[in-house]
Design a protein around this ligand. Sequence first.
Ligand code: DGL
Length: 271
Amino acid sequence: MGPIGIFDSGYGGLTVLRQIRHLMPQYDYLYLGDNARAPYGTRSFEVVYQFTLQAVRRLFELGCPLVILACNTASAKALRNIQQRDLPQIDPSRRVLGVIRPTAECVGDITHTRHIGIMATPGTIRSQTYDIEIQKLHPDIHVTGQACPLWVPLIENMEHLSPGADYFVRKYIDQLLQRDPEIDTIILGCTHYPLLLEKIRRHTPTGIRLISQGPYVARSLQDYLSRHPDMAERLSQNGVSNFLTTEQPQAFAESTATFLGETVEAHNITL
Ligand code: DGL
């Protein structure tokens, strides 16, 4: 038995962990943030895949039967290879799940115009994973992707509440809505973006629905565990969370207040 592993390039996955813990506080969680190498959003496919695979292997070594890639960039660029190529060799009984599928599933019930926007890192947009997943599930939905290269750096540098951030928030929203004025639903396809939600809301016309993925990922995981009792039985249940970072633990601990809503102690790890 072991904890649920939660992986992100940095702090963003903490917004997902927060929602998962809220829904299922009974489980143990082991969070790993690769802060020393974040952000991943502008890195190549191969590099994101190698970094993510290293993190998944380490979380398996530390006893996690199940790992959630709480990062859209890693889900877009590494999940399929890890599931299909690596997992059968490493340990076919373990599981790795991402955040894109659960988010893609929910939009069908939300959009009325059937025109949606995806705001995400350049890597996620370039991979077209959202377009592909949404086409599979809802072929009638028209998807427009908007890369937002400066949003993660603003958040990682704690500038997301500064007046300067408004310029870049408005810029990408305006670009998206110019490309498709019929959009009535926008997916915030990066686990960092809930931190910018207030500003994003301020610069988005009323009537457009914004989707933060944390609650949908949490519900999807709960549903997955109810359909896979064999996996649920392998997860330890002491309500304990531990935090690992590839950077200095002090900086990580300070940022957890912002992303997780509480300050926690973190430990350094090398991948
Ligand atoms: N939080 C990651 C995501 O959801 C992106 C951060 C990064 O660029 O590393 O895509």
